[in-house]
Design a protein around this ligand. Structure first.
Ligand code: SF4
Ligand code: SF4
Length: 238
């Protein structure tokens, strides 16, 4: 898949078609209030004010660079910025629109944080389509999150026992936390993915990632593992 084939004539105009962009982007006065309130800016070398400022230039080259950068993947989508902007902008909404465009055009594969889209897509959509939950204990491997410590290790090794003690109905029939979602409902979720473009999005993310893996001389397993595990120091403030 070649993103040059899909590139729209004008990236700014393409962004303007996105309702989140329309809602989140008005005139920015560059005051920096969004950056001051942003929790992600405390940890990452990240400045939502700059993102809005770049978009405001309407300069295609600068917007393309943004779409290929790590920057748009630092946001936690908490929307704290929306509550404080004096011009009623929503940098978080602008960033969601930028992420969507980056995914559609395959530009996400050009950055370390962007490449995480592949494992994230597999984990999140796998949880939703297989279990009916965004986050599910079955997909949590302690080995991938050793920082969670020995208590979580014990918890993952004794899931049923541990969750029963917390009052869950883990993978059981009937009501309750973490109950088994009936196949009929899972089929409906799959149908929703199909008609809303979710299934197509998974395919696109996989295809662009496959092309990038080939470019990087890796097989898909190695590429996805590296995208999941590797995190360079360049992102952080400290
Ligand atoms: S708070 Fe609003 S006006 Fe100020 S820099 Fe951020 S987006 Fe622009
Ligand atoms: S939505 Fe994103 S940019 Fe806005 S405050 Fe939250 S993390 Fe920061």
């Amino acid at each position: 898949m070649n993103n040059k084939d899909n590139k729209p004539k004008n990236l700014y105009e393409e962004l303007c078609k996105d309702y989140r962009f329309k809602e989140g982007f008005h005139t920015c006065i560059n005051c920096g209030t969004c950056t001051a309130i942003c929790p992600a800016a405390e940890f990452y070398k990240y400045d939502p004010r700059k993102i809005v400022s770049i978009v405001q230039t309407r300069d295609d080259q600068q917007i393309e660079e943004l779409l290929k950068s790590d920057t748009i993947w630092y946001c936690g989508e908490c929307m704290s910025c929306v509550t404080r902007c004096p011009r009623k902008n929503g940098p978080g909404l602008v960033i969601i629109a930028l992420r969507d465009l980056s995914a559609r055009l395959g530009y996400f594969t050009e950055s370390e944080k962007g490449r995480q889209l592949l494992p994230l897509t597999h984990i999140m959509t796998g949880n939703i389509l297989n279990y009916g939950y965004c986050v599910h204990p079955k997909s949590f491997k302690w080995e991938d999150h050793k920082e969670s410590g020995p208590v979580w290790k014990w918890h993952t090794e004794h899931l049923e026992q541990s969750l029963a003690r917390q009052g869950a109905n883990y993978m059981g029939d009937g009501p309750g936390i973490l109950r088994k979602i009936p196949q009929e409902s899972l089929d409906e979720l799959k149908a929703i993915f199909d008609v809303t473009g979710g299934t197509e999005r998974i395919r696109i993310v996989e295809e662009y990632s496959k092309a990038k893996a080939e470019e990087m001389g890796m097989d898909m397993e190695e590429y996805e593992r590296q995208a999941f595990e590797y995190c360079s120091d360049k992102h952080f403030n400290h």
